[in-house]
Design a protein around this ligand. Structure first.
Ligand code: AMP
Ligand code: GLY
Length: 420
């Protein structure tokens, strides 16, 4: 099998790492990749959103399977373009990627399919939205309808903060056309869980669950980020009811509408006092969740992705390693607002040599043989072990073996699970 992974983050490094272990693999490329993916695959200098060039490359190199990491290319039609060229791509069509590309679309689907979610209203008029916020009061959640690189959601503690978010999204168009409409929702309280399923349009297989740590600082304080660390499995979480409540009905409704969902469906759930409720759907693996799920996967990832492409997941089962994985993200100083590029990361071999540890690269760059920080989230250091505490100890031992002194990270990833 000749496989092309699309993307350049820690998630894509983990995907390339997992695929590179498959006995079915003959050649692996990552576009555009990073210095980490270059250790397990060949990097191709094509941006993830350059769909035409990706299709051309896949054609010219007889690629058998395309594995997209991020949502952007999927929402922009990467899977459709590959299908037209007769190339298998394990991701949803643009029509099915609306599950992530439009919050209002996902919320309407929840209502139509009876999937529990926060109460919501959609607005295209800023003054009507403002009046609704004032009537409803705080706390309240304001979301740009379209994609906003994970930054278009504000959980507002006060009416003033909600109105400021509304003005930024709708009036100032901080996220461009993604703010042409907003969804305003009830604020849910509880533990958040990321649930993953591999889907073939009809059937779904559980791909693991993880707990992300979104806030920048220890103890869940500071600004929201793309995710500062993750833990899998989630102690006490039973995936069976969640698959039946949030994945299967969404698949059935998408198929009923004539836009079946094929690919990785990520349900962000809030475990509230009233039971689990959907926060959002994503149409891809999470980052850093992917980095804790794949090290736990005992089965070969490649045949699973192919079965999903071929609509044959009904007969498929995945096996998992016992134990747990903890991933710690190391970010550049200034992240998330203004990460400083260019600091020297140094030699990662001591970290990678810690037994049970895996080092995934994201925002890194090689300059005359020196590895430099070149983005917000720079490294994901993953530890595996018999349980969360053991995995955590491995992860932090490896973090301490990274010579990069400027890197910032949380020291409490996966800690909470120990109290459960
Ligand atoms: P999203 O981009 O939809 O994942 O939202 C980002 C984060 O905002 C989520 O991970 C939650 O922590 C928070 N969030 C989103 N919607 C809600 C809600 N209705 N109630 C409480 N928190 C929310
Ligand atoms: N870590 C959350 C996400 O990938 O959306």
């Amino acid at each position: 099998m000749r496989v092309l992974v699309v993307g350049s983050g820690g998630r894509e490094h983990a995907l390339a790492w997992a695929l590179s272990a498959s006995p079915l693999l003959t050649k692996l490329w990552v576009a555009p990749g990073n210095p980490g993916t270059a250790l397990v695959a060949e990097n191709v200098g094509i941006a993830a959103l350059h769909i035409e060039r990706l299709v051309q490359f896949a054609r010219e190199h007889a690629v058998d399977l395309v594995v997209p990491g991020p949502e952007g290319p999927l929402v922009a039609g990467l899977a459709d373009a590959m299908a037209q060229a007769g190339i298998c791509c394990i991701g949803p069509t643009a029509a099915a990627a609306r599950l992530e590309g439009s919050k209002a679309f996902a919320k309407q689907l929840c209502n139509d399919a009876g999937i529990p979610t926060a109460l919501w209203e959609q607005f295209t008029d800023v003054e009507e939205a403002r009046a609704f916020i004032r009537r409803r009061g705080a706390p309240v959640v304001v979301k740009a309808d379209g994609l906003a690189s994970g930054k278009g959601v504000v959980v507002a503690a006060t009416v003033e903060a909600a109105e400021a978010a509304l003005d930024a999204i709708m009036r100032d168009r901080s996220f461009g056309d993604s703010g042409a409409s907003v969804v305003i929702e009830e604020c849910l309280m509880g533990e958040e869980i990321s649930l993953f399923a591999l889907c073939d349009g009809t059937d779904a297989v559980f791909l693991g669950a993880a707990q992300d740590h979104k806030r920048l600082g220890d103890g869940d304080i500071g600004p929201n980020t793309g995710g500062m660390g993750a833990l899998s499995p989630v102690p006490g979480f039973d995936p069976g009811p969640a698959m039946d409540g949030f994945i299967r009905p969404a698949l059935a409704e998408m198929a009923r509408r004539g836009t079946p969902f094929r690919g990785i469906l990520f349900a962000g759930l809030m475990l509230t006092a009233d039971g689990a409720k959907l926060i959002e759907y994503n149409v891809r693996f999470g980052d850093p969740e992917c980095q804790v799920l794949l090290p736990r996967l005992r089965s070969d990832l490649l045949p699973a992705l192919l079965a999903a492409c071929d609509g044959e997941l009904g007969r498929f089962d995945l096996r998992w390693n016992a134990g747990a994985a903890v991933a710690v993200v190391m970010a550049a100083p200034g992240y998330p607002a203004a990460p400083e590029p260019g600091s020297d990361i140094g030699d990662l071999s001591a970290a990678a040599a810690v037994p049970g540890a895996l080092v995934f690269q994201a925002g890194t760059r090689l300059d005359s043989g020196r590895l430099l920080a070149d983005g917000g989230r720079v490294l994901t250091i993953c530890g595996t072990g018999a349980d969360a505490a053991a995995a955590r100890a491995v992860a932090y031992q490896a973090v301490e073996a990274v010579p990069w002194t400027e890197g910032i990270y949380r020291t409490d990833i996966g800690v909470r699970s120990q109290y459960k």
